[in-house]
Design a protein around this ligand. Structure first.
Ligand code: WT7
Length: 655
């Protein structure tokens, strides 16, 4: 979104009330808001009752700010709630996943099939000596075994740490070390953009570092040649297929750790956000049912996120499976073999609920209406958006072209840390506005405040904060309790600060305005400026680096880096300059992963710094977005920006 578009957010008069027909059948009733307002903890306790507990809790909430415990004394198993329950209650033959591989291969897995596969995988992990409390790293393509592995871990009380398959060996190693994982579950590779890519070599590379990994369990997906360490590596089919398909899920404490998921913060070291069981399951299941209006007997639900992100955890695995949903899972990219692949799958599986990200919606807009128009999308009845602010133009296109003016849109704001959706319209109740996430869900207490912590009125922007604990809130940063307090609870007393700017408009609708900290959002993925800077300065040619997220029409933000070279490095002529920036981009991709590859790298002689040495990214963002540079009077050397601008206009800029 452009600066102008962002400052225009909230000046929106179009409103789309729910149709009477939708409202009449909706799961969510307006009374939900009143119930939650009347008694916050009783409201959440009521939602927790829809799960199966082996032992009910003694106390709903213990709140020692900022540490919450929910459903204390309760005992529950996540995998049981996702699978066994449905089979025992007669829903075993319902399809859990319609899986479609990128090459077109398919698998149908019913809830009964999932119970068999997850039981075998749980027995396999136990045979490897995995115990409750252990950490298991999962580094997989987007195939059913990723979900099976997660649920097998949950079944035996081991915490999973899923690392998105696009991350580099270094990133993988860092995460394996931080969580001290003992087993890695991976695959030979997967299919993407019409070809097989390899994953196992990345694991091999990562495990050259120091870890306590004992075994690597490898799913055979592509059948490509795979290097093998006979002492450490085991094929999934050799170990799992021969296991018993009987396994009794063991109930764990409500506050037992369910998983760790790493996310980027404002420093170079990613944070291991961890979630526990009872509260997380309660809120993911509740929000999934209400926000997406799931009718499990008839809906076909498709969340296009990868399981490697929180969206995949909460709205592909735990929320939907607890609710007994039938889902589509697709391995590959949206333009393979053609740009209509997603729409073809909507038509094929008669998808009724589609949950995706603004970056993909904008990509579809660019590709052209002929792709969705060529497919039958009439099965769709609800659309969702997540990951970044959705610009009103993309929202309208989503509504008109994909939803054929017939589907409510839910723009859902939340974070890895919140575990579940926190701000969203409720379909059937809320009149939506293009681009607004509208209002906090029942049971969520959100305010927008200014620098001094005062609540701002309608029409003004400020910082989005959360005031009461919620069941699926993160329980901490793995191994760093101080960092949890400091990062999320120290800026405004007694409040959780999410890192986002927000605004209530004149009608009281809530607009998310993007991050206000040094975190970028590229295609809905969170990347820290510090992480990319640290990757850049690890290159031998770089003395110093400053990274900003510049507005990008397609990816929301794009990474733009300003670098100072070490003495003696030649980049003066065009050829060596181009070779260097190419090399630097490749270096960042190797250090972090392809998602962190800068769009643009500019070589400069100075960086704009305040007298205390802090880089003024705001000014660099002006340069990156081709704007006149803003107020630079607080710079230690006010001439720096002039020098940077002049230097760049005389040098060739690399794109
Ligand atoms: C950050 C969280 C939550 C799953 C995907 C990303 C941004 C997320 C929205 C939205 C505006 C959004 C925020 C947030 N964000 N959803 N609907 N409107 N911004 O999870 O990687 O933890 O990132 O994504 O900036 O803080 P994440």
């Amino acid at each position: 979104m452009s600066k102008e578009e962002i400052s225009n957010l909230g000046n929106e008069n179009r409103r789309f009330p729910p149709s009477a027909a939708f409202a009449a059948q909706a799961n969510a009733k307006p009374s939900l808001y009143d119930e939650a307002d009347a008694d916050h903890t009783a409201f959440w306790a009521k939602q927790a009752e829809s799960l199966v507990w082996e032992k009910k809790w003694d106390q709903v909430l213990e709140w020692n700010l900022p540490f919450a415990q929910w459903f204390i004394g309760g005992k529950i198993n996540a995998s049981y709630n996702c699978i066994d329950r449905h089979v025992l209650e007669g829903r075993g033959d319902r399809v859990a996943f319609h899986f479609e591989g990128e090459p077109g291969d398919t698998r149908t897995l019913t809830y009964k099939d999932m119970l068999r596969e997850v039981s075998k995988a749980a027995n396999a992990l136990t045979s490897l000596g995995v115990k409750a409390g252990d950490r298991i790293a999962i580094y997989m393509p987007h195939i059913p075994e990723a979900v099976i592995s997660m649920l097998a871990c949950a079944r035996i009380g081991a915490a999973h740490s899923v690392i998105f398959g696009g991350f580099s060996a270094d990133s993988l190693l860092q995460r394996i070390q931080d969580a001290d994982a003992t087993i890695v579950i991976t695959a030979d590779g997967g299919f993407r953009k019409g070809a097989a890519f390899a994953l196992k070599p990345v694991v091999d590379e990562a495990l050259k570092g120091e870890t306590h990994v004992r075994k690597v369990l490898v799913v055979q997906r592509t059948k490509q040649e795979t290097a093998w360490n006979a002492e450490r590596d085991i094929w999934w089919h050799d170990l799992v297929d021969s296991q018993s398909d009987q396994h009794t899920a063991q109930a764990f404490d409500a506050e037992h750790v369910l998983f760790i998921l790493y996310t980027s913060g404002t420093t170079a070291k990613p944070k291991g956000i961890f979630h526990t069981t009872g509260g997380y399951l309660t809120q993911t299941a509740f929000t999934h049912k209400m926000v997406f209006d799931l009718k499990p007997e008839t809906d076909v639900y498709w969340c296009t996120a990868d399981v490697g992100w929180i969206t995949g955890h909460s709205y592909m695995v735990y929320g939907p499976m607890i609710n007994g949903a039938t889902q589509v899972m697709y391995e590959g990219t949206p333009d393979t073999p053609e740009k209509d692949r997603i729409f073809k799958l909507v038509e094929k599986y008669k998808v009724t609920i589609l949950y995706t990200a603004p970056t993909l919606i904008r990509t579809w807009m660019k590709w052209g209406d002929e792709f969705p128009n060529g497919c039958d999308l009439s099965s769709l009845r609800l659309l969702g958006s997540v990951g970044e602010p959705i610009n009103p133009e993309a929202w309208m296109w989503y509504r008109e072209v994909i939803g054929q003016n017939n589907c409510p849109i839910v723009d859902t704001w939340w974070q890895t840390e919140t575990g579940s959706i926190m701000v969203s319209p409720l379909p059937g109740i809320t009149s939506t506005k293009p681009g607004s996430a509208m209002r906090p869900l029942p049971g969520v207490d959100a305010t927008v405040i200014d620098d001094d912590g005062n609540i701002v009125g309608n029409g003004h922007s400020g910082y989005l904060t959360l005031n009461k604990p919620w069941p699926s809130m993160m329980r901490g940063v793995w191994g760093e309790p101080e960092r949890y307090k400091e990062t999320y609870w120290s800026r405004f007393e007694g409040k959780y600060f999410a890192g986002d700017g927000a605004k209530w408009d004149e009608d009281g609708a809530l607009w998310l305005l993007g991050r206000v900290d040094d975190v970028m959002n590229v295609s809905g993925h969170r990347i820290s400026t510090a992480e990319v800077e640290s990757a850049l300065v690890s290159h031998e040619a770089i003395a110093e680096a400053a990274v900003v997220g510049a507005n990008d029409a397609m990816t929301g933000q794009a990474i733009v880096a300003f670098v100072i070279l070490r003495g003696g490095i030649d980049h003066a002529n065009q050829e060596s300059g181009e070779a260097l920036t190419k090399d630097l981009k490749a270096h960042v991709a190797k250090e972090i992963g392809a998602i962190a590859r800068p769009r643009q790298i500019m070589v400069v002689n100075e960086l704009p710094k305040t007298r205390s040495g802090k880089i003024m990214r705001r000014l660099l963002r002006d340069v990156a977005e081709n704007r006149a540079v803003g107020d630079s009077t607080t710079l230690a050397d006010p001439n720096v920006m002039k020098l940077i601008s002049e230097g760049l206009s005389s040098a060739k800029q690399e794109d």
